[in-house]
Design a protein around this ligand. Structure first.
Ligand SMILES: Nc1ncnc2c1ncn2[C@@H]1O[C@H](COP(=O)(O)OP(=O)(O)O)[C@@H](O)[C@H]1O
Ligand SMILES: [Mg+2]
Length: 325
């Protein structure tokens, strides 16, 4: 194996090896490795209690790891936590939006905390109000905002300091689908502007939609890592499902298609043929049926999604709760 010395161009990335954390004997992170390239969106995907927030808290210097090391934006967490802090934005870092302040005042408050200076703070606030379509509510007190607008303000506050690396811990949990899409667009814009985005999510679809790479965290361990496509390819599960009107057709089809991997269900009168969903395979199956005079009543093509990936990797179903509502 060749060792690579990481130098220029990767200074906004996140690299971690062997991160461990336990609370009173309970292991929460059990040796987590991460490689997040600069300017990419990385999703840490996992169920409740997987260790996502703990990972974000460690990488954003809020708590220390028991073991392991990491660099964020080119700085060592252990040696230079202040330098890391200067480069990052963390959703949730300034606990919350202050309901008594106006939208603009909330942004200016962060600018103050970051010592940006009055003029620069004002400029930055104006820029973010515009970018997040918050200008109209700039003078409203935050307490009067809808949940959706509040969430946008929260993200805007995270960006006041122009961070090169942004941590978003479950940015869309609890949002309705339409608002979730607005957040997705904002996150995509952020990535398009060159910012490195590290987000955590319980939503498989969210990781699929946003992330260049996904790591699946389960019980404090990374159980899989790759692009959404790579993860999907790792698992079997793609198939064509044929339904017949009577058992004779099902029998005949089972005989004719016996060369492929087939699974039949005599009650449902269905036959599943393994397939990666490509058209030539589909056509071949239909040709065989037609040539034999077998009529299928219905045909569906199932390509594996990230739910299948999770099931294959952890042996557990994520359940309906894990899907965006
Ligand atoms: N400060 C803490 N003290 C004790 N246990 C904790 C603490 N923080 C987190 N945990 C435990 O660590 C596990 C992972 O938590 P967390 O990182 O919040 O998971 P996630 O964000 O993926 O839901 C959970 O079982 C949680 O109860
Ligand atoms: Mg969490």
């Amino acid at each position: 194996m060749t060792a690579t010395i990481r130098t220029t161009g990767e200074s906004r990335g996140i690299f971690a090896r062997g991160l461990r954390k336990a609370y009173g004997g309970k292991v929460v992170l059990d040796g987590v490795d991460l490689d997040v390239m600069p300017g990419t969106v990385f999703a840490l995907l996992g169920p409740n209690g997987a260790g996502k927030t703990t990972t974000v808290r460690i990488l954003s210097t809020l708590i220390g790891a028991d073991e392991g090391w990491a660099t964020v934006a080119g700085h060592s967490l252990r040696e230079a936590p202040d330098a890391v802090r200067a480069e990052i934005g963390v959703s949730g870092q300034y606990a919350a939006v202050d309901g008594l302040l106006t939208v603009e005042e909330n942004l200016l408050l962060i600018a103050d905390l970051l010592h940006l200076g009055r003029a620069e703070g004002k400029r930055r606030a104006a820029e973010l109000l515009e970018r997040f379509a918050l200008s109209e509510v700039a003078r409203k007190v935050a307490a009067s905002l809808s949940g959706r607008t509040r969430r946008k303000l929260h993200l805007a506050m995270t960006l006041v300091g122009r961070p090169g690396v942004v941590f978003l811990d479950e940015p869309t949990t609890g949002l309705d689908p339409r608002v979730r899409r607005t957040m997705w667009d904002l996150i995509r814009d952020l990535a398009a502007s060159g910012t490195t985005v590290f987000l955590t999510t319980q939503y498989l679809e969210e990781a699929d939609q946003l992330a260049d790479r996904i790591a699946v965290l389960d019980g404090g361990r990374i159980v899989a890592e790759g692009t959404a496509e790579e993860l999907k390819r790792r698992i079997p599960g793609g198939h064509i499902r044929l339904r017949f009107t009577d058992i004779r057709h099902l029998n005949a089809a089972t005989d004719r298609l016996a060369l492929s991997t087939v699974t039949r269900d005599d009650t449902e009168l269905t036959l599943q043929v393994s397939s990666d969903g490509r058209i030539p395979v589909l056509r071949a199956v239909l040709d065989v049926l037609e040539a034999s005079g077998i009529q299928a009543e219905a045909l569906t093509v199932h390509t594996p999604d990230l739910d299948d990936v999770f099931l294959a990797l952890t042996g557990r179903d994520r359940g309906a709760a894990a899907r965006p509502r």
